[in-house]
Design a protein around this ligand. Sequence first.
Ligand code: ZN
Length: 224
Amino acid sequence: MLIETGVGSKRGSRSPAGAGLEETGQLLEALAREGIGPRDVDAVINTHLHFDHAGGNTRLEDGRPVPTFPRARYFVPKGEWEEAQRPNERTRATYLPENFEPLDDAGQVELVEGTAEVLPGVRMVPAPGHTAHHYLVELESGGELAIYLGEVAQHPLMLERVAWLSAFDVLPLVNLETKKKVIEKALERRALLIAVHAPYPGLGRLVLEGDRRRWLPLSSQGHE
Ligand SMILES: [Zn+2]
């Protein structure tokens, strides 16, 4: 299972280099180093369909975009799928049809509504604000919880300071409310947080110091 596919390796205005993301777009190489080939992936979760999160859903074959993972079911929030079909002036630069239409053509899309356990212990949970139908992913195992934040917060500091919101949020005040709920759950469950836009590996926990929240990167907590 993969959560998100990053910016991808296709060339164009939103290619890694075109978007100033020269060091990204190497998902397949990174998987290969772990001994995982494209046919080994049977589930791909999309938190939303912005190009920097869903670009690797497809790759070019003879100049045509095709699903990168030919055996995978691609889980996509239903509302996000619909938004991406009818982008507006604000969103059309990031909803690139080549990143999701080939999945539909191949019959590999599974649309998700509400909270959904898509695999045992893997829940897609609505987390609106960054987009109207943005999702996060909860991973539950052995009584412990990890939360893949998607774009609930781009930087861990935005969890420490709840009013700090991204200009990329389509509905910032909605994301503010989402973030408060996620923070409460993260503190209560001592959840491991996966912050996708933070420097690699982007893992850490929120802790309370007095009444202030502080981000503790996993590397500063020793081995767990
Ligand atoms: Zn986004």
